[in-house]
Each structure stands twice: as C-alpha cells, then as structure tokens.
Design a binder for this molecule. Structure first.
Ligand code: NAP
Length: 260
C-alpha cells in the first residue's frame, strides 16, 4: 500500500459508526491515524470502534452525540482537542416534494448539512493553521453537481456548504491546510437501502428490482463501496494531496453525465 505519510496524526470523523463515515474512519486508521469517532447511537459506534482498534491497532475515542446540535458538537470537539484531520459527515435530509417543505424543514437541513460542518471547521482550522498542516474533507453529495429533485433539502443545504468551502479553502491554504469535498454518488450503505425502499414502495416493485434499475443507470453498473470511498478520503488527507485546494471530487461510477 502507498505510504500516505499521516501515521501518528489525529483525526475527528463525525457520523462514522456506519456507511461512508465509517469507511473514512477505517481507511484513516489503516494509514496509522488515531481517531475520534461519533454517532448518535452508541451500539453501532462501539462495534465500529472495536473493529478498528483490533484491525489496525490505533487509538479510538468514541463520543455518542448528535453532531447537528450545539451541545453534541461541544462534547465531540472537547474529546477531539486539536485534530490534524477533520472529516465532516452527518445524516442526509429526508426525501420529499418542494410543495411540502416549510421554513423549519430548511432550517433543519441547513443545520445538519451546512452549518454543522462550518461550525466544525471554524473550531478545528485555527490549530491546524498554527501548526502549518491540516486536512479537512467534507462528505457532501453528487447532488451538488446534478440535482436530485426529491432531495431538494440536500441540494439546497449542500450548495451553501460548497460555496463556503470554495472561499474558505483559499483563505487557509497559505497555512498548509487543505479543504476539499467528496461527492458520493450511490454507495451501498443503509442510506441507499432506505432510498431504494422508498422507490420500491412508490412503484410497487421489489427492492431488488428497484436497485437493479438504479444500477443500470450508472456507467460502472454497480453501487460504490464504503471502503473505496474511504480510500479516496484517506488520499485527500495524505501528505500527497497538499496541492489540492477547494476541490469537489465526484465518486459516482460515472453517474453524473458531465465533462467537468
Ligand atoms: P448511513 O449509512 O445511514 O450512515 C450514517 C451515519 O451517520 C451513521 O453512523 C449514523 O449513526 C450517523 N449519523 C447520522 N446522523 C447523525 C447525527 N445527527 N449526529 C451524529 N451522527 C449521525 O449514511 P451514508 O450512506 O454513509 O451517508 C452519509 C452521508 O452521505 C449522508 O449525508 C448522505 O446523505 C450522503 N450521501 C450518501 C449517498 C449514498 O449513496 N450512500 C449518496 C449521496 C450522499 P446514528 O444513526 O447512530 O447517528
């Protein structure tokens, strides 16, 4: 395996007991990074943390907390101290229809998928800048490049985060700190299963058929895995990626049909 040059560094990975967040935590641990992991529920969090300790021998601190609340964030940041690496993640907003969403729905989506990562960056960036080295990766979505109509709350909130990162990444880059976004297309996680279940129920078809239908729309003809997502995240956090600033990297099996 390529030496990522980050063994012994410390990372905070939020919303990381399952799915893409866990994939990122595992890949960083494989590169020798000590972790602070977080999720609301403590059961899956303990299981994921134990597996990482035994598979990779790094130190893992678990903080059960809702990362989208000020209190939850304070507890997580307290445990994380001054991490070298920050990977921000939270659950995505529910699907729905533009006619149904009120101000409160938008405020919740903005809190979870825009203002939470911004608050985490604001807390962690100063120490990274003082040390002259830091890495931030935000897990966003392919919906930033190409809208998913039923996920209008996500399209909106993540667009706000993307604009913030574009400017802020250039302000912290002089101090050796990089901020980039990873844009997942469909990955095989609980979230994908939940979305497929919704489609299956709506169309009155089997979930396997809903999934096969969706896979046929992806040039790679499959869903992505949390492990390959994590490997890309670990690369962005590596010493090799120091010249990548403010980028939006799609991991979607070619699903978004764009040239750039
Ligand atoms: P997932 O498999 O459902 O996992 C979500 C993880 O986040 C769990 O560990 C969950 O644990 C934790 N979490 C959720 N809300 C939290 C909160 N408020 N505070 C702390 N932890 C929280 O989801 P995923 O597929 O990995 O998706 C991760 C992100 O990528 C989401 O924002 C999703 O919208 C986005 N995304 C995913 C896909 C995909 O195909 N999978 C595609 C595009 C975008 P608890 O429930 O115990 O808190």
């Amino acid at each position: 395996m390529m030496d990522l040059g980050i063994a012994g560094k410390r990372a905070l990975v939020t919303a990381s007991s399952k799915g893409l967040g866990r994939g990122c935590a595992r890949a960083l641990a494989e590169a020798g990074v000590d972790l602070v992991m977080n999720a609301r529920g403590d059961g899956a969090l303990a299981t994921a943390a134990d597996a990482i300790r035994s598979d990779f021998g790094v130190s893992v601190t678990e903080v059960p907390a809702d990362i989208t609340t000020p209190d939850g964030r304070a507890r997580v940041l307290d445990a994380a101290g001054e991490p070298d690496i920050l990977v921000t993640n939270a659950g995505g907003p529910p699907p729905g229809m533009w006619t149904e969403w009120d101000r409160e729905d938008f405020i919740a989506a903005l809190d979870a998928n825009m203002l939470t990562p911004i608050a985490l960056m604001k807390a962690c960036l100063p120490a990274m800048m003082t040390r002259g080295w830091g890495r931030v990766v935000n897990i966003t979505s392919q919906s930033v490049k190409s809208p998913i109509p039923v996920l209008g709350l996500s399209n909106s909130a993540r667009a706000g985060l993307t604009g913030y990162v574009a400017g802020t990444a250039r302000q912290v880059a002089p101090n050796g700190v990089t901020i980039n976004n990873l844009l997942p297309g469909i990955h095989d996680t609980d979230r994908a299963t939940a979305l497929d279940t919704g489609v299956a129920e709506e169309k009155g078809i089997d979930i396997a058929d809903a999934r096969a239908e969706r896979q046929s729309t992806i040039p790679a003809r499959r869903y992505g895995t949390a492990a390959e997502f994590g490997a890309a995240c670990a690369f962005l956090c590596s010493t090799h990626a120091g010249f990548m600033i403010g980028q939006n990297v799609l991991l979607d099996g070619g699903a978004v049909n764009v040239t750039l």
